[in-house]
Design a protein around this ligand. Structure first.
Ligand code: HEC
Ligand code: HEC
Length: 410
């Protein structure tokens, strides 16, 4: 069997890259006893390095220039070092958990099977792993926008007890210093050993290369190829800009689009989750087709209770900021289910229906969210448009991820 490690040696397959995205298992049919897994086996993986530097220097059609901080210039070696770190399981306290295990390349650099993230030793979190496609353009990071540079952001997951579990930066840095395969790599790139700053800079630089566009929408709208999309997509975009006014927050410019205004808004979704009254009894699915009914109190005692989530308020303590979350990009949106900060919506149709009903009314609801009166056909057109936003180089970026070493301990 071909293992991931054989790709570590830089083995490059000459075969064409098969369709790699959509791997993972959405568990459709799990409630029946006829369920079989749809996970793609490791053996179908094809590792193939791609030219990540070019993706930063000349991002695909539809994306603006990549902003690069003056104090962290890009280089081939720096991208390679960041890529090695990103897939390296040894960066977690017990050497089992890498960044890529929540931001899974073949699952849209998010996690299609989990509404909210699960970190090392099965410790659960309260939020959905966001996609890292086109993260280079994000002006604010995390669902509540609490961090503003990729360089700093990495210390969030590295130190979170329910993500990679390291008790301190020192523990991470000391470990990397003792790993032979990192010998001289940081010195070569930064003229400095690994430290809090250089570790963040390397990881940030790799993430800045995950640029994916030139989607059918881009080829039509920015590339002027009229045949690139169906009439339904064109109608959907018209509604997106007009009647539904999605564009007010999911921004599109004249020559490029990242589909976000980089701001935080209250759509009412966070409000409805926070104020949800759970029923007294709950049905618990324990195996395909097998339910048991248990008391909600008992349910809480067996599963770790999810802490409440009030979004931006947690950072500013301003009551007007309750349930405000960052506007996410919509690029590659058909690959990044489930949706919203807590992964509550499984399909894009659920999301569009949510907006069509005017979100969930609450005191701080954003004035741009109101009932839209979209007809079923109009909803189908908006969905066709959203599905036209998948970049042409997605499989290339996935295959590149498969070609990276995962840092198995001997
Ligand atoms: C246990 C799962 C998990 C691991 C491991 C993990 N992340 Fe994340 N990541 C998340 C979740 C969940 C969020 C959103 C958290 C929030 O908003 O509070 C996130 C957010 C991010 C963001 C911000 C994205 C955005 O749109 O704002 C970046 C960048 C990121 N992670 C990179 C990394 C890197 C680099 C690593 C490894 C050092 C890593 N992550 C490890 C789950 C994970
Ligand atoms: C007032 C600003 C605003 C408007 C208008 C708006 N959105 Fe959003 N959108 C957001 C925010 C904020 C989120 C994140 C909410 C959360 O995480 O709870 C979001 C999330 C989404 C998501 C889920 C993305 C993901 O990765 O989880 C989709 C899809 C989406 N919006 C599509 C649309 C469509 C289609 C419309 C028009 C019908 C629209 N939005 C109108 C601000 C807006």
């Amino acid at each position: 069997m071909t293992s991931l490690n054989s790709f570590a040696a830089g083995e490059i397959s000459n075969t064409q890259i098969p369709q790699l995205h959509g791997a993972g298992d959405d568990k459709t049919g799990y409630e029946t006893k006829y369920y079989t897994t749809k996970s793609k086996a490791l053996t179908t993986r094809v590792g193939k390095k791609t030219d990540l530097l070019s993706l930063i220097k000349q991002p695909p059609l539809g994306l603006p220039n990549v902003p690069i901080p003056a104090n962290n210039p890009i280089s081939v070696e720096k991208i390679a070092l960041g890529r090695k770190l990103f897939y390296d399981r040894r960066l977690s306290l017990n050497s089992t958990f890498s960044c890529a295990m929540c931001h899974v390349p073949e699952q849209g650099f998010t996690h299609n099977e989990l509404a909210t993230a699960v970190g090392l030793e099965g410790r659960s979190g309260r939020r959905n792993s966001p996609t890292l496609f086109n993260i280079a353009y994000a002006e604010k990071l995390f669902h509540d926008g609490r961090e503003d540079t990729l360089e700093q952001q990495v210390w969030g997951p590295l130190l979170a007890h329910n993500e990679m579990g390291n008790p301190s930066p020192g523990v991470v840095l000391r470990k990397i210093r003792t790993l032979n395969d990192y010998n001289g790599l940081f010195e070569n790139v930064f003229n400095k050993p690994v430290n809090m700053e250089t570790l963040g800079m390397a990881l940030a630089t790799y993430q800045r290369s995950l640029n994916s566009a030139n989607s059918p929408f881009d080829q039509w709208y920015f590339g002027h190829n009229d045949a690139a999309v169906t009439p339904s997509v064109k109608r959907g975009f018209k509604l997106f800009r007009g009647k539904a006014n999605c564009i007010a927050c999911h921004t599109v410019n004249n020559d490029s689009a990242v589909f976000t205004d980089h701001k935080l808004h209250n759509t009412g979704h966070g409000f409805s989750v926070s104020t949800y009254q759970r029923p007294k009894k709950q049905r618990l699915l324990v195996a395909p087709g097998q339910y048991i009914e248990i008391d909600s109190d008992l349910f809480d005692s067996v599963s770790e209770k999810k802490p409440n989530d009030v979004g931006l308020y947690e950072i500013t303590e301003d009551p007007a900021d309750r349930w405000k979350y960052k506007t996410p990009t919509l690029r590659n949106i058909s690959l990044t289910a489930p949706y919203m900060h807590d992964g509550a919506f499984k399909t894009l149709e659920e999301v569009v229906n949510f907006y069509n009903h005017g979100g969930t009314p609450n005191e701080e609801l954003d004035p741009l969210i109101k009932p839209l009166g979209l007809t079923p056909n109009e909803i189908q057109d908006i969905l066709a448009f959203l599905n036209s936003l998948t970049g042409s180089n997605v499989d290339e970026l996935i295959a590149d991820g498969f070609a990276a070493p995962v840092g198995d301990t001997q």
